[in-house]
Each structure stands twice: as C-alpha cells, then as structure tokens.
Design a protein around this ligand. Sequence first.
Ligand code: DI6
Ligand code: FE
Length: 399
Amino acid sequence: MLLRNARIATLGGSDELIDRGAVAIRGAVIEWVGAEHDLPTDQFNGLAERDLQGKLITPGLVDCHTHIIHAGNRAREFEMRLNGASYEDIARAGGGILSTVAATRAADVDALVQAALPRIDALLSEGVTTLEIKSGYGLDRDTELNMLRAARLIGERRHVQIRTSFLGAHAIPPDYRHNADAYIDDVCIPTLKEAHAEKLVDAVDGFCEGIAFNAEQIRRVFETAASLNLPVKLHAEQLTHQGGTQLASEFAALSVDHLEYCRDDDVTAMRNAGSAAVLLPGAFYTLQEKQVPPIDCFREHGVPMAVATDCNPGSSPLTSILLCMNFACILFQLTPQEVLAGVTRNATKALGLHDIGQIQTGMRADLAVWDVEHPAELVYRIGFNPLSERIFAGESSAL
Ligand code: DI6
Ligand code: FE
C-alpha cells in the first residue's frame, strides 16, 4: 500500500517531521519514505493508495520490558502499601513476587495465555507492535518453561512480535529460602539451558537487588547465557545500589533497567558497554519512589533511553504505553521527543533488534497511525487513545 498525505515521525535521527509525507509498503517491508513531492510515482503504480488526511505516522510502539504473563493479582498488597507497608516489607514477609509465583505455578499454559491476552490487547490497541515478555513467576523448571511457551503462543494468536527474556533469577523461591546459590545452580541454570534448547529464549535477565540476587549470583547466570550466545539485560539499582550495572556492563548487556539508584560511574560503564537504559516510570509511580534515575547523566553520556511499562501485578500494574509515556515526562522530565524515541528506536536497541523502531527503507512495516498533529499530543493527554490504525508487518488491523 501507499500511504499519502501524512505527517511522519521517522525516528531516523532528527526530530523533524516530514510534512505531507508518503510511505510505500510492499509485503511486510517499507520500500520508500519521504516527502510526497519526491515520490517516484511510477515506481509505485500498482500499490493501493490511501489518503491519510494529515494524520501522524510513527513507528509501531515497542514495549521492551514486561512481566505481562502471570496469574492472579496483588490488589491486596496495593492496599497494604497504601496503609504504609513497603514493597520490600511485603516481599520479605513472603508476599510480593512469591505470591504471584504461587498463582502462576497453579496455572497451565493455556490459562496463562488466557489471563495475559486482555492485557496484551490493551497494549496493542495503543499501537504496540513488538512486546518483550519475561518469565520469572515460576522459579521452578516446569513453570518457567510454561511461561515462555505461553509467550510464544501469544505471538501466534495476535499480530505482534514477541521477544522473550528468561528471568529465572527473579526471586528466591520458598523451597530455597536460605539457599539462593543452590537455586541458581540446581534450578535456574539448568532450566535456562533447557529453555534455550527449546528455542524459548531471546535474552537472559535477572533481578539484582537486596530482596533478590547479588551480583555474584547473577554473574553465574550470565556466564551460562554467554556460553549459549544469548544476550543479557538486568534489573539493577531499582530499590538500592547493588552493583548490577557494572556486572551487566561486563557482559555488554543490551539494557540495564530501572536504575533509580545508579551512579555516575555506572552510567559511564553503560556507555562503554553500549547498553540502553530502560526507564520504568510505572514502577516509580506505583511504589511512590522519590529517587529519579540520573536522566541528565544518561543524556550527557549519550546512553540511549528507552521507556517501558514493566507491566507486572506488583510494582507496575500498567497496561497503557501512552500513560507510561506521560509518566516519563511528568515524573522523569523526559521531553516528548525523548519519550517517543524511548518507545521506538531506543526500545528496539534494548531488545537487540535492527529491523524495526524507525520508518526507513528496508525496515519491517510496523507502523502506528494517530489522529493527532504532533507527537507531543500523544504524550500530554492522560487516558485518551488517539490511535487510528495499527500496521504490523505491512498488514493493517482495523481497530
Ligand atoms: N522489578 C520489578 O519492577 C518487577 N520485577 C522486578 O524485578 C516487579 C515484579 C513483581 O512485583 O511482581
Ligand atoms: Fe521488571
């Protein structure tokens, strides 16, 4: 198809919009993008033309950090936190992630898919075309594998690209309560190998935190990842500074995520490693965190900033990427341009993908068409969805 008379945010480097622009799509691929007056019309005679009447086209949005597959909910803990309990208190008392682990272990693959689909659909309805999904609520062999199988099934049931991350090192399961090292060696690492053999793993993640694993335990998981040629990413410095960022940088992590308590020398390590910073304002908001990630330092060192929902039942029960973008501006002082790059070009970097995230010749035609004049309009409204059309791999899905 040939989309004409559109405003286009290509995310190709400059923030400039193309006014009266066109995008030519053949099959799943973008064949041409530019201003209408430069369009080599004869080259695209066969394509179905569509007049977009000035609507804005952006790359399809990429939610690069979610725990969207899980069973149950944690509304009760939400109430406990409103009454003064902290996220860490609840985790140490055996609630938190472990309460979702109990619910998730009790669900089969099909139940996990069914539970996740309404949340997935909420994201797709806001223009998401690629979504990362982590395991990490099984913490045993069977359930970790089932979560990843459920993630792959979602990619078959919906027009969306799914990227999986193995997060076996997410929390210490009750059966290994005083033996985190044995959990890593006897469960986490063997399960990672099995999941990889079943082609269920695109990247390996961990939670480096006082209430989870220390850097030396995560290191063993990352060494296994390296031996399997899998890229890594890490939840680091979310609640306290634990040195996860330095470790992740040693392994040239695709991304380091959360980062509220990260320091200047962590940022330089990330820059040297080429890692993206994934900012998760939904967790910051939900936990009423006060410490903002060092945004100016990321800017100064040119560390690409991505923005994601962290959709999970505890610290970020957020299924709106548009609200997440608004949070990133209001809570972290990102500009609307930075936020748009954060859910497109830079989110793509955080996943190690190269064929999406921008509107460029040769890239896959994953696009979002918005009934707005300017990208800032996507970000500033609260709770309004101006998506007019979503195009995944060249195919338009009516809303
Ligand atoms: N950090 C998070 O924000 C999620 N996991 C993590 O390591 C929270 C997961 C949960 O509370 O269920
Ligand atoms: Fe997370």
